[in-house]
Design a protein around this ligand. Structure first.
Ligand code: WTA
Length: 646
């Protein structure tokens, strides 16, 4: 990795940008020396409050207590919709681009507002009240924006489950949040194929005794099974619903949503975000990180099932009155030029995607890009995993014609919004570095004992001060919240990533330092995959690790120990993959399964993943200290039978 290569700020961009280099320095200083005054000012500028707050911040990290804008009242949809009606009621809020290039649709702010109010009334008619959890299992269709915002209109807490998750994964999330109402589509399209959403929902809902209502949005229009008394047709219900619905005024700290994400242990946890601080942080980062300008067409390719879809497809852009593009499809369908075609078709100015997509498209050759114009593009963004310098350069040079600043944004489900990032008009870029902290963000690099490392250093990334978009708890398990993020290094928020800081103070994220994998930008816990594998009757034990993968970022390598006397074969591998698909999702399928007669364990029985990771990555010449292993010969066997990486 070279720290040397630097692209200076593009002067043309800087001239028109909200934040130039001097403004960044000044505001950043202010944001960390007088944080409460700084955030109070931002909260006034970015949001409309029904009632002002009495206190900006109260927090106690060791107790996992974080509150912003205490006593303030507001409604998210008033900020994302109502207040825009007068000035930009007829401006497009959502451009929807279907999987099939012939399908698209536009919704103005006025239309979106009316439909959100209607659906809020539908929710109320189905018994949903403030504080109730509503599960949303939808593809990227425009109605997703409607139902999400409708929840926020009446203070219901949405829990969006990515449409690629299996019925079992959906069931677990519905039960954990005790959702009574589930919203889904009949089916969806993905790369020309049909996804049977409603079938998954039926399978899940049949195992969730408290789910009494399933609201179904017609998308493909094909016949689907119907459960009378439980299933409600979205379109019929909307027809008779009024377009008037008073917004419920929420406390700044009332929950807005729950979003499940993977951790290093156990099952995914329901990260909870609240109303005022989250919305402020999403809106402010959207405006400054992408240098969003009035009238821009903005496209974030993330699915609404992930945090990036929450903050940067919906809440941030809509709060700022932007035109946000929602894309149902995949980058390679019908051809690997789809992204660039869509950019030309809708004249997209700001484009935000994941490194895995960039690497996959880069592998298809430049022609798919260069045969499109992309002249509307002004800003490029990257999120979800470290972007390797080669992919960065290709994105910057070939896609952006060296004109468009590329913002590599580091953040997490738990952080609600972007924490470390360049600002287009302010920050010289280094390919592969997320560069500098956003306003109010105070990163630190720690050694394993929790000591702060100053200057150039590499270690554990932590945050020393709260920011408004930070998660407030793990739904139903505050102890887990404290344990995961605040216990290990008291006084800090522990992010789970490693980072290096170079001589210019730039941050280089080195990846997860816990047992969380990042596969195609999807966050997966090794523990979840292991629990799926051991469900098989013939499996005694399993250990899953990541390995470097040229396109996916990380691939999944599973070591599986079978019951005594059982021989592994390819049909058994197939069964194990099916199990993972059923329990979690196709996104969690192991790339490689190695039969392991035994796993390297300490004498106390702890699996030494460090060794397994090295064997998987073919770095077995330097395994470190193996003397503490209960049976060191296991390692030799695993090395001898290791599988070839793709
Ligand atoms: C990784 C996605 C390097 C990181 C917004 C983090 C990144 C995890 C970057 C969170 C980046 C995200 N550079 N790594 N620009 N962005 N990550 O919760 O490991 O799905 O902890 O949130 O993705 O994944 P999550």
């Amino acid at each position: 990795m070279s720290d040397q290569k630097t692209y200076p700020v593009n002067p043309q961009i800087a001239a028109g940008a909200h934040i130039d280099s001097a403004a960044y320095q000044r505001l950043y200083q202010q944001s960390i020396t007088e944080p409460e005054a700084f955030w109070a000012e931002q909260a006034t500028e970015f949001l409309d409050w029904h009632q002002p707050w009495q206190q900006v911040l109260q927090y106690d990290y060791p107790k996992g207590e974080i509150q912003w804008f205490l006593g303030g009242k507001l409604n998210v949809t008033v900020n994302c919709l109502d207040r825009h009606l007068e000035k930009r009621g007829d401006q497009v809020a959502i451009i929807w681009e279907g999987d099939d290039p012939a399908h698209d649709r536009k919704l103005t702010y006025r239309e979106l507002h009316a439909q959100v109010c209607q659906f809020a009334n539908v929710l109320k008619a189905n018994g949903v009240q403030k504080g109730d959890r509503v599960c949303i299992y939808l593809p990227m269709i425009a109605e997703a924006a409607v139902v999400i915002l409708a929840c926020a209109r009446i203070g219901a807490v949405h829990s969006i489950v990515f449409g690629g998750f299996s019925a079992d994964a959906l069931r677990d999330r519905v039960i954990d949040a005790d959702c009574r109402v589930l919203i889904c589509a009949d089916e969806s399209y993905r790369g020309g194929k049909i996804v049977h959403s409603k079938l998954n929902v039926d399978k899940a809902a049949n195992q969730c005794p408290n789910v009494n209502t399933v609201i179904v949005i017609k998308h493909t229009g094909h016949d689907i099974p119907w459960t009378e008394g439980r299933d409600v047709c979205y379109h019929e219900a909307m027809q008779t619903a009024s377009t008037d619905c008073e917004p419920v005024m929420m406390d700044a700290e009332d929950p807005l949503f729950i979003l499940y994400t993977s951790g290093s242990t156990g099952q995914p946890k329901g990260v909870l975000h609240t109303t005022g601080g989250y919305l402020l942080y999403a809106a402010m980062t959207h405006k400054y990180v992408f240098d969003y300008q009035e009238g821009d067409v903005y496209w974030c390719t993330a699915d609404i099932g992930w945090i990036t879809g929450h903050s940067y497809v919906l809440y941030g852009p809509l709060c700022n009155g932007a035109t946000s593009l929602m894309f149902e499809g995949v980058p390679t369908y019908p051809h690997p030029d789809r992204f660039w075609q869509v950019i030309d078709k809708h004249q997209v100015n700001i484009f935000y995607t994941a490194p895995t997509a960039i690497r996959a498209l880069m592998a298809q050759g430049d022609d798919f890009v260069t045969r499109t114009k992309r002249s509307s593009l002004r800003i490029l963004g990257s999120v979800g995993e470290p972007i390797n310098p080669e992919a960065w350069e290709w994105y910057y040079q070939v896609v952006g014609n060296k004109r468009c600043p590329l913002v590599d944004t580091w953040w997490q489900t738990e952080t609600g919004g972007i924490l470390i990032t360049p600002l287009p008009g302010a920050t010289p870029l280094k390919p592969g570095s997320a560069t500098l902290p956003f306003f109010g963000v105070k990163p630190a690099i720690l050694d394993p004992d929790g000591n702060i490392l100053e200057g150039e250093a590499e270690g554990i990334l932590a945050l020393t001060y709260p920011w408004p978009g930070q998660a407030r708890t793990v739904y139903g398990d505050h102890a887990r919240f404290i344990d995961t993020y605040f216990a290990k290094f008291p006084g800090y928020y522990f992010a789970g990533d490693g980072a290096r800081r170079d001589k210019d103070g730039y941050y280089w994220i080195t990846g997860r330092i816990d047992d969380v994998l990042n596969v195609c930008g999807h966050r997966l816990g090794t523990a979840e995959i292991e629990s799926a594998l051991v469900l098989h009757d013939l499996v005694a034990e399993a250990a899953v690790v990541g390995f470097p993968h040229p396109i996916k970022g990380q691939g999944i390598y599973a070591y599986v120990t079978l019951n005594v006397g059982i021989e592994g074969n390819s049909s058994l591998k197939g069964e194990l993959k099916d199990l993972v698909r059923e329990e979690i999702s196709a996104i969690a399928l192991p790339d490689l399964i190695q039969w392991a007669p035994g796993l390297p364990k300490t004498r106390s029985g702890k699996i030494m993943r460090r060794i397994l990771r090295k064997i998987a990555a073919n770095e077995f010449h330097d395994l470190g200290d193996t003397s503490t292993l209960a049976d060191p010969s296991v390692v030799e066997q695993l090395i001898a039978n290791r599988l070839k990486l793709p």
